[in-house]
Design a protein around this ligand. Structure first.
Ligand code: AKG
Ligand code: FE2
Length: 326
């Protein structure tokens, strides 16, 4: 996969003293509480309170991103965690509950920022329905196409393309980096393909299989879909390198368009190696993402991101009637 050194579209640097104040503020808000005792709705309510501690510039930028995405479909906030945050050993599973203390504070901080974009949620079938999940390497999963991989490349995908109600945004907060693991993303608006191929990708000539990170019945139907949708000015994409196929095996045109889209995504790729305190937020309907290989040591110091997914529509969220839809 072609790699570039282009930096993310919009980067907001948090000052050292701001990160320190934010961390202390969240610490005071949490007090001696174990956040694991809170039901998911109350956890998010508390994150909304924690939002008040964010530096004004962060709130301004995230609000501008939600409303107009003026600088693109991805934003990167840097320096959110202060040096004084004494993070514990890397979590051992995506669904491992964070321990009281710094790990719980970090999960609240991630939610405090991303709640500005809508409602944090998760599916009951994914990582035990936890609202904040750990993106960590897991033994024996080194080559899977899930966040638990490490030695193997995690190829281009959107979160949960197999679900019509996939998230509008995802946020990834880095608690521990790995210099080999680059987070990659490509914006669909940067995809350069002939009009005829774009037209094919806009037709429902594809279907997508469920993501293996989900615990689901084996006989789940494939979801038929057009890969590209939306207006020409602001196109949307559903993509998954390994789980997307043409509906009709004989449809060589559709297969060729899909193949060429993969090449075009490689050309549009932007890479960023996540460092501690980085929070990358992307529009899951307009951005495809990936992660390069790295070596897991399983020594408590492996790469560790926390992720949450956001439903950007209050109406959709109300229709679900739950933060953890089936
Ligand atoms: O680890 C990363 O940088 C991204 C992880 C990811 O894309 C996923 O878990 O779906
Ligand atoms: Fe992902």
């Amino acid at each position: 996969m072609e790699s570039t050194t282009k930096s993310p579209t919009a980067t907001i640097e948090i000052q050292l003293h701001e990160a320190e104040e934010l961390w202390q503020g969240i610490g005071t808000l949490v007090g001696s509480r174990d956040l694991e005792t809170l039901p998911p709705d109350e956890f998010v309510d508390l994150a909304l309170e924690a939002n008040a501690f964010l530096p004004a510039a962060v709130r301004r930028h995230v609000t501008a991103y939600r409303r107009y995405a003026p600088e693109g479909d991805v934003i990167l906030l840097r320096g959110l965690l202060p040096d004084s945050a004494e993070l514990p050993e890397t979590a051992v599973a995506p669904y491992a509950p964070p321990l009281p203390g710094p790990a719980q504070r970090a999960s609240l901080l991630l939610t405090a920022v991303t709640v500005m974009l809508g409602e944090p949620f998760n599916y009951a079938s994914l990582y035990k329905g936890r609202i904040v999940q750990n993106m960590v390497p897991v033994r024996k999963m080194e080559f899977t196409q899930t966040s638990q991989s490490s030695t193997g490349m995690l190829d281009w995908h959107c979160e949960d393309s197999f679900r019509e109600d996939r998230c509008d945004y995802a946020g990834l907060l880095c608690l521990r980096g790995d210099t080999s693991a680059a987070s990659k993303y490509a914006r669909v608006k940067d995809v350069d393909l002939p009009d005829e191929q774009i037209a094919i990708l806009r037709q429902p000539r594809y279907h997508v299989r469920p993501d293996p990170a989900h615990v689901l019945p084996d006989d789940m139907p494939k979801r038929p879909l057009a890969i590209l949708t939306g207006s020409e000015a602001s196109p949307e994409i559903a993509y998954d390198t390994h789980h997307l196929e043409v509906v009709d095996e004989a449809d060589v045109e559709a297969a060729a368009a899909l193949r060429d889209l993969g090449v075009a995504l490689d050309k549009a790729a932007i890479s960023h190696v996540m460092e501690v305190g980085d929070l990358l937020i992307f529009d899951n309907k307009r951005v495809v993402h990936a992660r390069t290989p790295f070596t897991a040591r399983f020594d408590g110091k492996d790469r560790w991101l926390m992720r949450t997914m956001i439903c950007g529509s209050a109406l959709t969220f109300r229709r679900w009637g739950t933060r953890i839809p089936e």
